[in-house]
Write a protein that binds this ligand. Structure first.
Ligand code: SF4
Ligand code: SF4
Length: 149
């Protein structure tokens, strides 16, 4: 489907744009030591929100059969001490860094959200901004992708 392909391309572009912003602001973006602590949401008191286009991208890249529901407060994609979906992780995972400047991250998040919203408006897909467990649950409980999104 042309629209689906476009969503995947555009999300990939937004992720690249995020990386470019971080690269251009290396001093304040923070350097993650990949300890995985923030992937344990309850323990770290952290919440991860994802947008509709990101979920579509994630399912496309990972394959529907590999989409899991969260059964604990730790991200279900955190395996053996590291992110098992690093290449496809969400903008929140890409932007958050405990070593970085909170204002920079907050502004980058806002700008990224604007891009995801604009993408939804342009391609006429419903915009949602849900916590990861809810987003995964909604997706898996829906009858098909169109219903879920
Ligand atoms: S997707 Fe990866 S980086 Fe994001 S919370 Fe899950 S394990 Fe952590
Ligand atoms: S952002 Fe911080 S807490 Fe999260 S994995 Fe990186 S170093 Fe660990």
């Amino acid at each position: 489907m042309a629209r689906h392909k476009k969503i995947i391309e555009r999300v990939s572009e937004i992720y690249k744009w995020i990386e470019a912003q971080q690269f251009a602001n290396k001093d304040i973006a923070g350097r993650c030591e990949v300890c995985g602590k923030c992937c344990d949401f309850e323990q770290y008191d952290h919440r991860l929100f994802v947008t509709t286009p990101e979920i579509i991208y994630f399912v496309e890249k990972l394959g529907l059969a590999n989409i899991k529901q969260m059964t604990t407060a730790k991200c279900c994609y955190h395996v053996e001490g590291k992110c098992g979906v690093h290449a496809y992780r969400f903008s929140g995972c890409r932007i958050f860094c405990c070593k970085g400047d909170a204002t920079f991250q907050s502004e980058l998040t806002e700008s990224a959200i604007k891009k995801f919203k604009a993408l939804c408006a342009e391609l006429q897909i419903p915009y949602r901004y849900l916590e990861l467990p809810t987003a995964l649950k909604d997706f898996l409980n829906a009858e098909d992708t169109e219903t879920a999104l």
